[in-house]
Design a protein around this ligand. Structure first.
Ligand code: R5P
Length: 313
């Protein structure tokens, strides 16, 4: 290590240790030692190995996926522990940013949850925040730290290629997803259609109309995230009602699946589902392709920390 050049240390929260491990593998090192545990009363206890972070540029990798509140707190505790142990800088890599969908109020009486989460993150004074396919620009703007907003779309689109035929059409399942879908359509050189969706509740979605030509075409329905699957299923029904082929291909960056989500897709002719590993996937079969975002994050870390030297804890 050159004099005065701090080396990098990657610390993992408990939300997605597999992803953090893949990132350090890409970088040719190992994770900084740390422990995360729950006390019987539900409180979180974390402890980093000071030797592994002292004097280093530290990146804490933590998706704030289920259980979002606990994972957020873990991230903050780990950041605090690293600073107190002498880290030269502390950044956060948040591959999936929980509560991002709470970026606007649909009714008076609701909070701006994404803003609250961003404010809470601000208390950790991260030197940098890396995120992937944030739900909206509003979320990025709410985060006080400099944000590196990465896109997994090129990676996912690449994995989609073998399921794409010339008669396919990329479908945005709602207006909020148009920008992302346009990017898929551009990369895959396919036309675009847009479903106008109305969300009635957290689990109930209705469709008003489809804009674009879908008749006789195979729909590639793309979204930033999938939770209950309601949005995708409503879109699949809508395009099928407009004459699209029964088989659909579905792609999303964040697989925030509720139980039964993939099973529900089979009922609407799922041929292939492509998602990334920003959130760990419990079970997958041949109809699910999981693309790793580890190379994307590792490449960005390399470019941020030029002359990167990884400590080998
Ligand atoms: C909504 O704006 C998001 O982009 C997704 O379309 C939505 O959150 C997916 O949720 P679900 O799968 O529960 O419909």
């Amino acid at each position: 290590m050159g004099a005065g050049v701090p080396s990098l240390a990657i610390v993992s929260g408990s939300a997605n240790v597999a992803l953090a491990s893949s990132i350090v593998r890409e970088l040719g090192a190992s994770l900084a030692r740390c422990q995360v545990e729950r006390f019987p009363d539900g409180e979180i206890h974390v402890e980093v190995e000071p030797e592994d972070v002292n004097g280093r540029d530290v990146v804490v990798v933590q998706s704030t996926s289920k259980d979002a509140g606990d994972h957020l707190l873990e991230l903050l505790f780990l950041a605090d522990a690293c600073r107190r142990a002498g880290a030269a800088s502390v950044s956060a890599a948040i591959p999936y940013f929980g509560y991002a969908r709470h970026d606007r109020r649909k009714r008076p009486g609701e909070p701006l949850g994404a803003r609250v989460v961003a404010d809470v993150l601000g208390t950790a004074h991260f030197d940098r925040v890396l995120a992937i396919d944030l739900h909206s620009d509003v979320v990025e703007a709410s985060i006080a730290a400099p944000v590196e907003h990465l896109s997994a779309v090129p990676l996912v689109a690449d994995a989609l290629r073998k399921h794409v035929t010339r008669d396919a059409v990329v479908v945005a399942p709602d207006l909020g997803g148009v920008r992302l879908a346009r990017e898929y359509a551009r990369i895959l050189e396919l036309p675009l259609a847009v479903v106008h969706k109305v969300r009635r509740s957290a689990t109930h979605v209705d469709v008003e109309r489809v804009a674009g030509e879908v008749s006789g075409r195979r729909a590639i329905i793309v979204d930033d995230m999938i939770a209950t699957g309601g949005t995708i299923i409503a879109a699949a029904h809508a395009v099928s009602g407009e004459g699209a082929l029964h088989e659909v291909v579905v792609a999303a960056t964040h697989a925030v699946f509720a139980p039964q989500t993939v099973g529900r897709f089979r009922e609407v002719g799922l041929e292939q589902l492509v998602v990334t590993n920003t959130v760990p996937l419990a079970a997958a079969d041949h109809s699910v392709t999981v693309v790793s975002v580890a190379p994307l994050l590792a490449a960005r870390l390399r470019s941020h920390f030029p002359g990167i030297v990884l400590g080998d804890p």
